[in-house]
Write a protein that binds this ligand. Structure first.
Ligand code: HEM
Length: 398
C-alpha cells in the first residue's frame, strides 16, 4: 500500500518526541498510510480526517477510539458515549451534554479563577515550580469536581487514577483491562450518597433526569450508568486539559517576546490559547473500527481494519493553515480539530478553553516577566494517547 520509506509508529518514544515532520511527509506522500507492524491504517490530511470522522457508520466508535481498545475487541458497557455509535451514543450524549450547557460552564468561571489564584499566590516570591504539579495536576480535576459536585477529598484520588490508566511503559501500549472503567467504582460512594441526598447540583440533575432509552423506555439512569458517565468525564477532561497547561509552559518559555505581548494586551489571551491547542493538540490520533470496505485516494481500506485519524496532523495541514508549524497568537482559526469533529466532538471544549484562558490570565498577571524551563529535568509523559509533560519545572524570570 505505502511504497514510501515513511514509518509512523504511535508507540515509538523516539517519534513521539517530535512526530510533526513525519505527519508532514504522510500528508504529502502517504495520505493513506498502512503500518504493518501494528496493523492499522492512518489518515493525515485534514479533509480525509473530516470525511472519516463524519462517517460513523463506516468508522465506528463502538470498540473504542484508542488503538489498544479497538484491537482488544472488548465489549464496551453502555453509556460510555465516546465509545458508542448512534443511536445509543446520541441518547447518552444528550443527557451528558446537560452538564456542559454554556451558561453552566460560564457560571464556573469565578470559582475556577479563584482556585487557580490560590494555587499561584503562595508562589509569588518563589524561584520557580513544577507547572504540572501546581496546575495541571490540580486545576482540571478540581473543575470536574465543581461540575459534578465531587467532594474535594475524593478528587486527587480520581486524578491519580485517570493518569495511571493512561500511562504506559516507555514505548508500550495501554492495557484495556485496566482502563478507567475498571475503576469506575471509585465514584460509587459519592453517587450513592447523592442518590440518597438529592441537592440542586448537576449530579442530582443527571441522576433524576428522565430520558427515552434505546428501547424507547422512559426512565432515569441506573447506578452503573451514572458511574460510567462520571468515569468518562473524569477520563476525558483531566489529562487533556492538564497537558494544555503544560504546553503553555513550554511554548512561552521558548517565546518570551510573545508572552510579553500577552502581558501588555490580555485581550489576546483567548486566541493565544486556541493557537496552543491547534499547534499542540494533546490527543494526536483518534481511532475507529472500519465496518465496511471503503476507498480513500483510490485505495481500499478493508472492513475489520483499525483506522487512526491524526488530528494533530490535520491541525498543521498546509491546505488549511499558512505556515502551520509556526505559532501565531493572531492567527484567525476558524476550524481546528484538536477537539475532534462530527458526532463525538468534544463535549468539554468550551470548558477546556475557559480553563486555558483563566490559567494564562492568572499567570501573566502574577509573573509578568515570564519563565524559563529546566530542560534537563523536564520529561514528556509516557502515554500512547495524550502527548504532554509529566514534569515541567519552570524558573521564574526576576
Ligand atoms: C484541551 C483539552 C481537551 C482536548 C484536546 C479534548 C479532545 C477530545 C477529542 C479529540 C474528542 C473526540 C474523540 C473521538 O472523536 O473519538 C473528545 C471527546 C470528548 N471530550 Fe474532550 N478534550 C479536552 C477536554 C475535555 C474536557 C475538559 C472534558 C470534560 C470535562 C471533555 C469531555 C469529553 C467527552 C465527554 C467527550 C466524548 C464526546 C462524545 O463521544 O460524544 N473533554 N475530546
Amino acid at each position: 500500500m505505502t511504497t514510501t520509506d515513511i514509518y509512523w509508529d504511535p508507540f515509538s518514544t523516539e517519534i513521539w518526541e517530535n512526530p510533526y515532520p513525519i505527519y508532514k511527509q504522510m500528508r504529502a506522500e502517504a495520505p493513506v498510510y498502512y503500518n504493518d507492524q501494528h496493523d492499522f491504517y492512518a489518515f493525515a490530511q485534514f479533509d480525509d480526517i473530516d470525511r472519516g470522522l463524519a462517517d460513523w457508520k463506516t468508522f465506528s466508535s463502538a470498540r473504542g477510539d484508542v488503538y489498544e481498545f479497538i484491537k482488544a475487541g472488548i465489549d464496551m458497557p453502555p453509556g460510555t458515549v465516546i465509545m458508542e455509535d448512534p443511536p445509543s451514543h446520541d441518547i447518552n450524549r444528550a443527557l451528558l451534554a446537560r452538564l456542559f450547557a454554556p451558561r453552566k460552564v460560564a457560571a464556573l468561571e469565578p470559582q475556577i479563577r479563584q482556585f487557580i489564584a490560590a494555587q499561584l499566590d503562595p508562589l509569588q516570591d518563589a524561584d520557580g515550580f513544577d507547572l504540572i504539579d501546581v496546575l495541571s495536576d490540580k486545576v482540571p480535576m478540581r473543575v470536574i469536581g465543581m461540575l459534578l459536585g465531587i467532594p474535594e477529598e475524593g478528587q486527587q484520588a480520581v486524578r491519580d487514577q485517570t493518569v495511571a490508566s493512561l500511562a504506559t511503559a516507555e514505548g508500550g501500549q495501554l492495557d484495556p483491562a485496566d482502563s478507567g472503567f475498571a475503576h469506575a467504582e471509585m465514584f460509587g460512594s459519592y453517587i450513592d450518597w447523592r442518590m440518597e441526598h438529592p441537592s440542586d447540583d448537576l449530579m442530582t440533575e443527571l441522576l433524576t433526569a428522565e430520558f427515552d432509552d434505546v428501547n424507547g423506555v422512559r426512565r432515569t439512569l441506573t447506578r452503573d450508568e451514572a458511574l460510567i458517565y462520571t468515569t468518562v468525564v473524569a477520563g476525558a477532561g483531566n489529562e487533556t486539559t492538564g497537558q494544555l497547561i503544560g504546553w503553555m509552559g513550554k511554548i512561552f518559555a521558548e517565546r518570551p517576546d510573545v508572552y510579553q505581548e500577552l502581558v501588555a494586551d490580555p485581550e489576546l489571551i483567548a486566541n493565544a490559547v486556541e493557537e496552543i491547542i491547534r499547534l499542540e493538540p494533546i490527543g494526536h490520533a483518534v481511532g475507529r473500527y472500519v465496518t465496511t470496505d471503503v476507498e480513500f485516494h483510490g485505495q481500499t481500506i478493508p472492513a475489520g481494519s483499525t483506522a487512526l485519524f491524526i488530528i494533530a496532523s490535520a491541525n498543521r495541514d498546509e491546505s488549511k493553515y499558512e505556515d502551520g508549524d509556526s505559532f501565531d497568537i493572531r492567527r484567525k482559526i476558524t476550524q481546528q480539530r484538536a477537539f475532534g469533529v462530527g458526532a463525538h466532538y468534544c463535549l468539554g471544549a468550551s470548558l477546556a478553553r475557559l480553563e486555558g484562558r483563566l490559567v494564562l490570565d492568572e499567570l501573566t498577571k502574577r509573573f509578568p516577566k515570564g519563565w524559563d524551563v529546566e530542560w534537563d529535568k523536564a520529561k514528556l509523559a509516557s502515554t500512547s494517547t495524550v502527548r504532554g509533560w509529566s514534569t515541567l519545572p519552570i524558573v521564574l524570570n526576576k
